[in-house]
Design a protein around this ligand. Structure first.
Ligand code: PPE
Length: 305
């Protein structure tokens, strides 16, 4: 990864190489951290963070599930995000705020541990490759299922959930694919290990509902709104494996993944085996919006200066 100067840790700026934690930090042992992934884009009016408010709100919701009282207000965290971008003189970056049970007691009860908060920013290019954005990627339906609501709350963006994502990702990569797709315990398509999923069938855009056990992605929400604004019908319904195989188009959404077309799933070519026309329309609109080229969606941009 590309280093920058400073990382915000518990309200102070620390040099990148000094942003360290104790090896007995609770979250390192038990996955008791909640985090966000946010992007800042260089718009025509200067750097702007995309849907900062919604991301910080989601982090506080995740923290609530884990009974973690973040010792800052949401406004303080939003300001710290923007200040950290300014401090590092970045125009475009990925932003990773994290709150976690820190170091003091060992054992499963974290109620006496401090809640530490950090915000890191760094340049992070395309998540699944520049080529992937244009031509689509090859995916494998994972043998690992998405964390179930009875096991770990999928809506909370907790570090623990990502052990599941890592298993799915490793399996896909080791089998020669670029990304995994995980089903829920009912065998229905849920999402990617770090992305939400959509298919297009007969002009309709379809994505799994919350009950499929997904993380409610902020990019997912943006794409649903943008598609509807463009007059495209969007439905949230269960998607089976075969729905995916015979879809006209498929794509992932996510802060890191942005809008990435899917061109193949388990050796079945999706549609024409490249980025489909509706995917392309939504993807290009998405990039216009995040880069400040569409005034209608200025409300989603939080200018850094
Ligand atoms: N589902 C999962 C499981 C997920 O991790 C993400 C984001 C999404 C859906 C999309 O959510 P949103 O970013 O709000 O549209 N994954 C983050 C972490 C990726 C990583 O590899 O780290 C991200 O995209 O920042």
């Amino acid at each position: 990864m590309q280093k920058v100067d400073k990382i915000w840790m518990n309200g102070k700026y620390v040099a990148w190489d000094e942003a360290k934690i104790h090896v007995l930090t609770h979250a390192l042992h038990y996955g008791t951290g909640v985090f966000e992934g946010i992007r800042c884009y260089n718009t025509v009016k200067g750097p702007a963070v995309f849907r900062l408010k919604e991301h910080v709100q989601r982090m506080y919701n995740s923290a609530k599930v884990y009974m973690m009282k973040i010792p800052y207000s949401q406004e303080e965290v939003r300001n710290a995000v923007k200040q950290t971008i300014r401090e590092n003189k970045l125009k475009e970056c990925y932003i990773r705020p994290i709150a976690y049970y820190g170091y003091s007691e060992m054992g499963l009860n974290p109620s006496k541990n401090p809640i530490d908060v950090a915000i890191a920013v760094w340049p992070w290019g395309t998540y699944l490759g520049e080529e992937g954005l244009k031509k689509g990627i090859r995916c494998k339906i994972s043998s690992w299922c998405r964390v179930d609501v009875r096991i770990l709350p999928p809506q909370a963006k907790a570090t623990a959930n990502y052990a599941n994502s890592v298993l799915a990702k490793l399996e896909a990569i080791n089998c020669g694919f670029e990304e995994a797709i995980v089903t829920n315990l009912d065998g229905m398509i849920a999402e990617g290990p770090g992305e939400n999923i959509f298919i297009v069938k007969d002009g309709q855009v379809i994505t799994p509902p919350g009950s499929a056990g997904i993380l409610f992605g902020i990019t997912r929400d943006s794409i649903i709104k943008v598609a509807r604004d463009m007059g495209i019908e969007v439905v949230e319904r269960e998607i089976s494996r075969e729905d995916l195989f015979i879809a006209d188009e498929a794509f992932f959404t996510g802060t890191a993944a942005e809008v990435t077309p899917i061109r193949e799933v388990d050796h079945r070519v999706i549609g024409n085996g490249t980025r489909g026309p509706i995917t392309e329309k939504l993807q290009s609109k998405f990039f216009d919006i995040v880069k400040g080229k569409d005034e209608k969606y200025f409300g989603w941009l939080d200018f850094v200066k």
